[in-house]
Design a protein around this ligand. Structure first.
Ligand code: GLN
Ligand code: ZN
Length: 764
């Protein structure tokens, strides 16, 4: 029998129950016991769903109150000393509030301390807490949560497979602040604790343990490859069977290492890397289980079961009982249940599968391969085939005019009429900006009033006229404040936008929005990515009326504000029936028309934000250039319709440019604003060394902090910037948009920022 399982299930709850329980607990509105009770209820529900669907195991260990990597760090006793409570110092179990303090800096009990760093998990939008490592670190088994959850599932009568991050990926995800400490040197101290964990799981009656090792799909230094073998040799004697899980890509040059690990099973991602199945089959030792991840764990499309069955027939033949089926990765990365979406149209709904539906797909496929499909399974396959045939043929997907327009594009459409120096001259003649021009990144405080107005309009309580009048008031207010502050280039403030992707997606054809399609981003935070299902077109201008109105209120230059094509793609669930590059270019075309319309409406400056450009980088370096080529082309396609005299800005919210500086330069934006205040302008070295040719606005203060920056501090930063970039090409701005801040903070900070710029003008 082909065994069906999942690497993990979403834990947030179909109605974000976990989010609400966590936030109540942190606020002090709920006690520990009710939080734990919510956790138990959700786990019970999720295991029940897995069993009802017919999976052979329930997966235990995928639940976490904040983050599963954090839970493993805690289980290993890797708690930085600034967090340890007194009772933990005498080697007791780490308290849940300690976990929350590691994650958020504070919790209902215990002293606040600087939170651990958080960063994106591989190429997902999920954020994990980075393990803090240091030389000579010791480890100990410091939490029994996993064992308790196993006992919970066993008590409910479920067959259990336990899961936790494997030792090498845990180290790979960690960071040391001490140059002399090599993460890998900690492996030896780490393994005995893993050994203890596995023994405890065996004692709890667990037969299979899944160790997540997605680091295997990245470029690994030789020492790491060798460490894999050594580590799993050491764990080999554990009294459980081990399934090493790779996902998010192909094993590539780690294939031999992975297939030959001395463990009982291997999981591979056959969605991102379908081609590796044959190679793995050819190399897999004869005793080993192969779990093939064939249902897409990273996207929302319904699986083509009939085709998958054919693709897997050979694997079934060769592996027999040693074939397992699963989604490609944990279902953490998709929304919970399509059944909640009562307002999506039936046609679109029939093309989709969320986590709950993917359980059924996995089981159906397993039964199909075994030849034990009953009427229910056969109906499911037929329904999937019919829906997918209909999807392929749907006029909602294909707008021939879009493809036709893309095919007509030539090199000239990707370039501005003239090179930057010529454009800069034309722009300056018109804009007449001082040295060190000041501006902001786009959004101003989203006050409770603004949010309530948007909500009321959306729910139909507020008429369009009233809504628009209120938004115009918010714009006029923002413009007046900016003029009073003396900023040089103004923005309208983005009051009408709740989200920089949703706002545009809602006005473009080809995007759909769900009501409950939440996916955990970090802790209690969720995002609801739109579904990009069809060819993208722009039925009407999207931002022009607001921007034109804003410009009409002032003599100063106003920036039109757009979200770039790569970010519009990256923060959505994207159709899987054509290359992402094609979809991205389609979005770029729609934005290109918006740029042209903004220019025609008299906006002298247009900003195209691309905060997601970097996170789109593939996991393997060999694939970077291919991605960057089409990403850069898409941006240029959107921007280069602008006249020389129209100034194009872009914005990115990060500070790592070392390895993508050539691509950043190739965007050829006239001005790029970036996050720099925290790195003390050192990141501008990259721009200097590359001889970056266009203008830069390095953020001079961190908008994530409520602290109002000192003038002197910003002056110092700008002087450091001026040592690296010619002053004619420097701008002055905050690190990012200001929508999460209050007006008093914003005004105080910007007043000082303008003072700092004036101070600099005296000096140069
Ligand atoms: N223009 C957007 C804003 O100011 C940019 C947000 C972002 O970079 N994430 O909010
Ligand atoms: Zn930003």
């Amino acid at each position: 029998m082909t065994l069906a399982h999942v690497l993990g299930y979403p834990r947030i709850g179909a109605r974000r129950e976990l989010k609400h329980a966590l936030e109540a607990y942190w606020r002090g509105d709920g006690d520990r016991e009710s939080l734990e009770a919510t956790g138990r209820e959700l786990r019970a529900k999720h295991w029940q769903a897995q069993r009802e669907a017919g999976l052979d195991f329930v997966t235990v260990g995928d639940f976490a109150f904040y983050d599963q990597v954090l839970d493993v760090s805690i289980m290993l006793g890797a708690v930085p000393s600034r967090f340890e409570a007194d009772d933990e110092l005498d080697r007791g179990a780490v308290d849940l509030d300690t976990a929350f303090r590691m994650a958020r800096g504070r919790a209902p009990s215990g002293k606040p301390a600087a939170a651990c760093e958080m960063t994106k998990y591989f190429d997902t939008n999920y954020h994990y807490l980075v393990p803090e490592l240091h030389a000579g670190q010791t480890f100990r088994l410091a939490s029994s949560r996993l064992f308790d959850e196993v006992a919970e599932a066993r008590a409910a009568g479920y067959p259990v497979k336990a899961v936790l991050t494997g030792p090498l990926t845990w180290l790979w995800l960690g960071k040391t602040h001490d140059e002399t400490c090599d993460r890998l040197s900690l492996l030896e101290a780490l393994l005995p604790v893993y050994g203890e964990i596995l023994a405890r799981l065996a004692a709890e009656g667990v037969e299979w343990v899944q160790l997540d090792e997605p680091a295997l799909v990245q470029d690994l230094p030789l020492a790491w490859k060798q460490a894999y073998e050594a580590a799993y040799n050491a764990l080999q004697s554990a009294p459980v069977k081990l399934l090493v899980a790779s996902y998010f890509g192909g094993l590539g040059d780690n294939l031999q290492v992975a297939v030959n690990l001395p463990v009982e099973g291997l999981h591979i991602d056959a969605v991102r890397a379908p081609e590796q199945l044959t190679a793995v089959l050819d190399n897999l030792p004869a005793y080993k289980v192969l779990s093939v991840g064939v249902i897409d764990g990273r996207n929302v499309w319904r699986a083509d079961l009939a085709t998958l069955r054919e693709r897997l027939a050979n694997a079934r033949l060769r592996l027999g009982e040693r074939l397992w089926l699963a989604p490609s990765c944990s279902l953490l990365h998709v929304p919970v249940d399509l059944a909640s979406e009562t307002e999506l149209d039936a046609e679109l709904t029939s093309w989709l599968a969320f986590a709950r539906q993917k359980l059924d797909e996995t089981v159906t496929l397993a039964r199909l391969l075994d030849g034990r499909a009953g009427a229910a399974e056969r109906d499911r396959v037929a329904a999937a085939t019919a829906a997918l045939d209909a999807r392929r043929a749907s006029p909602r997907l294909h707008r021939p005019a879009v493809a036709e327009r893309l095919s007509r594009l030539g090199e000239a459409d990707l370039s501005r009429a003239n090179p930057y120096p010529v454009r800069a001259g034309a722009q300056q003649r018109f804009l007449e900006l001082p040295l060190f021009p000041t501006t902001t990144i786009g959004s101003f405080p989203q006050t409770a009033e603004i949010r309530a107005t948007r909500r009321a309009y959306k729910s139909g309580e507020l008429s369009r006229e009233t809504y628009e009048a209120r938004m115009r008031e918010a714009i006029a207010d923002a413009v007046a404040r900016q003029e009073a502050l003396g900023l040089d280039v103004l923005v309208h403030g983005e009051a009408e936008r709740n989200d920089m992707v949703e706002y545009f997606g809602e006005q473009l054809e080809g995007y759909a929005f769900t009501r409950f399609g939440w996916v955990q981003s970090y802790g209690s935070r969720c995002v609801k990515p739109p579904i990009l299902y069809g060819d993208v077109t722009r039925p009407a201008p999207m931002t022009v009326a607001w921007s034109r109105y804003a410009q009409s209120l002032t003599e100063r230059p106003m920036k039109g504000m757009l979200t770039g094509p790569v970010t519009m793609l990256q923060w959505a669930f994207v159709r899987d029936d054509q290359p992402r590059a094609t979809t991205c270019r389609q979005i770029a075309l729609a934005l290109r028309d918006e740029v042209a319309d903004l220019e025609a409406a008299g906006l002298p400056i247009i900003q195209i934000d691309e905060p997601a450009l970097r996170e789109g980088l593939p996991l393997r370096q060999a694939e970077w250039q291919g991605y960057l080529d089409w990403a850069v082309d898409s941006f240029r396609l959107a921007a280069s319709v602008a006249d020389d005299a129209t100034q194009i800005h872009t914005h990115m919210c990060y500070s790592e440019f070392n390895d993508i500086i050539a691509a950043i330069a190739a965007l050829d934006a006239d001005v790029i604003t970036i996050e720099t205040s925290r790195s003390h302008m050192e990141l501008l070295d990259v721009f200097r060394d590359f001889a970056y040719p266009n203008a830069i606005g390095p953020g001079v203060y961190d908008i994530h902090s409520p602290n109002v920056p000192e003038v002197e501090w910003m002056v110092q930063l700008l002087e450091r910037a001026a040592e690296r970039i010619p002053v004619e090409r420097l701008w002055v701005n905050p690190d990012c948009g200001l929508k999460t801040r209050d007006w008093p903070e914003v005004e105080a900070a910007l007043e000082r920022m303008v003072d700092a710029a004036r101070e600099l003008r005296q000096r140069y």
